[in-house]
Structures are given as C-alpha cells and as structure tokens.
Design a protein around this ligand. Structure first.
Ligand code: FMN
Length: 187
C-alpha cells in the first residue's frame, strides 16, 4: 500500500510540515510505504495549463507519486480561510484519474483560536471536484500542538490524529480488497 502525504505549506518554517512529519512517522511505524511531497522542497511552477510544464521535474515527481498512490493524506495550513495557494496549485496539476476511488484524509493547521476548519471545508469541496473518496473524519491542529523541535507534543491532539491515520489505512485496505468474483477467478 502506497500513501502519498502532501505538505501544502510553502513556508520554510512550516507547522504543517510538523503535522505531515507526524503522519509520515506513524505510517512508517505501521509498515506502510510512504511517498512524500512537500510544496516547499518540491517547488512547482505556477499551473498555466501549458503542456511543456508537464516536463518540469517536480511536476513529473508529483504525477508519478499521485499515480502510484493508493491513498492520500493532504495537509494544509489555513491561509485566509482556505487551503494554501501552493497546495491548490499542486492539485491543479492533477485530475480525477489520480484520485478516483482513492481514500483521502484531510488535515490542517490554523493560527489558533479554532482556526483551520475553513481550510478543511475548502479542501473537501476541491477534493469532491477531483472525485477523491474523502474520509468523513478529519484533523485540525493549532501551532501550540507542536514543541520547538516540531514534534506533536499535545498528546490529545496526537491521539485524534492517529484515529484519522488508522481510518485511512482501514478504508484503503477495504477499497483494495479483491472482490469475491476476482478471488474466485484466481482460484
Ligand atoms: C497568509 C496567511 C494567512 C493566514 N490566514 C489564516 C486564517 O485565515 N485562519 C487561521 O486560523 N490562521 C491563518 N494564518 C495562520 C496560519 O494558519 C498558521 O500560522 C499556520 O501555522 C501556518 O502553517 P504553516 O506554518 O505550515 O505555513 C495565516 C497565515 C498566513 C501566513
């Protein structure tokens, strides 16, 4: 099982990277093959709909990872009540063929004081446009959830996050289970 984790924050000192690193560690521990795309490290050109953009090495990487992925964990900061422009730009390079029938979990980091929910709602609307199987459950963190080294120090928040991680794995296994007909055909 391949799960693609995307950090949608373009900032160098990103809180959302702390969140996506926590998710990656947890998936690693569970023996899942993780693909990771960070919009800061893997800087994409601005989507202009030009065919030539598809040759850009980071666009190639994104397309390759998204094609290989059986499931996605999308992480975004909340910027001006929505997902980051950088994450939306990355999603604009992808299409329904990358997401259809693929479980997708959503998580965000807001500025505190109940921020983050708008980014989640925005991501959910966009992912419906991409035909993703978005989990009903989701996760939202505050910057205070992390210690100065970037670890998720808030145990309650971590527990909640891990519930979503487990649900993503469970649904991905269910979606990829061979049907009875396929099983009979191989017997
Ligand atoms: C341009 C910008 C807009 C922001 N808008 C919001 C907002 O609408 N709601 C909110 O809760 N936090 C907002 N914040 C705070 C960020 O969500 C918060 O700092 C978060 O940790 C950023 O994640 P990052 O460090 O991964 O970029 C904004 C931050 C920036 C830089």
């Amino acid at each position: 099982m391949n799960i693609l984790v995307i950090n949608g924050s373009p900032r160098e000192q990103s809180m959302t990277r702390n969140l996506s690193n926590t998710i990656i560690d947890e998936l690693d521990e569970k023996g899942i093959n993780v693909l990771s795309f960070d919009v800061n490290f893997h800087e994409l050109p601005l989507f202009k709909g030009d065919q030539s953009d598809l040759e850009h090495p980071e666009v190639q990487r994104l397309l390759e990872y998204a094609t290989k992925a059986d499931a996605f964990f999308l992480c975004s900061p909340e910027y001006h009540n929505g997902m980051s422009g950088a994450l939306k730009n990355a999603l604009d390079f992808l299409g329904g063929s990358h997401f259809k029938h693929k479980p997708t979990a959503l998580a965000s980091v807001g500025g505190g004081g109940k921020g983050g929910i708008n980014a989640l709602n925005n991501m959910r609307t966009v992912m419906r446009g991409l035909y993703a199987l978005v989990l009903p459950d989701q996760f939202c963190a505050d910057p205070t959830c992390f210690d100065e080294k970037g670890y998720m120090a808030d145990e309650q928040a971590k527990e909640r996050l891990l519930v979503v991680v487990k649900e993503l794995i469970t649904l991905t296994k269910q979606v990829n289970q061979p049907t009875e007909t396929q099983q009979n055909a191989s017997n």
